[in-house]
Design a protein around this ligand. Sequence first.
Ligand code: ATP
Ligand code: MG
Length: 364
Amino acid sequence: MKELGLEILNKIYEYGYVAYIIGGYTRDLLLHKETSDIDITTNATPMELKNIFPDVYMSHDNYGTVRINYKNIRFDITTFRKEDEYRDFRHPNSITYVNDLKTDLERRDFTINTICMDKDGKIIDLLNARKDLDNHLLRTIIDADISFKRDALRILRAIRFAAILNFSLSDEIKKAIINNKHLLKKISYERKKEELDKIFGSIHAKEGIKLIKEFHLDQELELTNINRIKDYSDIVGIWAMINPSKYPFSSSEKELINKINYVYDFDNLDNFILYKYGLYVNLLAGLNKGINKKDLLSKYESLKIKTKDEIQITAKEICKILNKKPDSFIGEIYKDLENKIINNELNNDNQELRNYIKNKYYNN
Ligand code: ATP
Ligand code: MG
């Protein structure tokens, strides 16, 4: 991935511009952590980038980053900029493209996110951020209070980086979070969810949620049921426990969240509930109620069938035993067999099922 990133930088240079890898990639590289994407910063404007790369997506808002698909990997490229006055605590009124890297670095959020890599793979650290990285300290570039007033989403980003990187928050950031947390109400649920997804989906979800509670951000974020969470292993499980009304979820996420909440009110070690709603949903509901994971897994494993298709008798056999043509009675018989097998009243054994059907349904 790094090679591709450097290829892009070199390509931009060929056209007479400068470009650097910035942000998460260099930060995580120096911390020896895995990273998923590469952000690039350059003095080429989006229109100029369009000339360089055939596969460019321009975003529709003015703050947009250009996204390119280069050899099937996604790269976000942003033009060096200065952000003017901010409106709505999230967006600058206007942006001005600038020509120098340092000005661009100064409009960013945290020092550790300003370390760059140049086209030869050399680390460039204009704001002396390396010491914060080495000290595992999160600091804003400008005064934290001003920074968070400009863009309150940075509060959540601070929580995310502190949790995921296991960094300390500077005292200034801590104070600024408390002073400005009410501004989170002004941020769209979509943007907040993106950050929360990164927190809840990480192996450090527990630390992130602890910080959210510590700063009482749950109230500002309307995560009212946050204390229902007992298990931090799964992002959907976490969202299901919180079950917030205003955050956007896909229809499949919503369906899962509803199912988890539904089975939460039942006994997750009950054979029928386990069979009907499956392991995943019951596991998430159960773990958040303190049910032992091993007990749940072994109970699930002990189910004689996991789906209807595993019932050891075919519709054809049933018809033959009863000497009847297929009809709706088949469905009813299967339902009966399913219940009896799940409740251990019948073995899922072809001969046993045949006998049962003959005794119960023949001549009825
Ligand atoms: P990761 O990609 O691992 O989630 P990242 O630091 O790369 O972390 P991105 O959201 O990809 O974060 O943003 C890329 C860079 O853009 C950041 O490193 C930071 O320099 C800058 N940035 C992103 N969001 C903001 C913001 N809200 N305010 C200021 N700068 C930001
Ligand atoms: Mg990134």
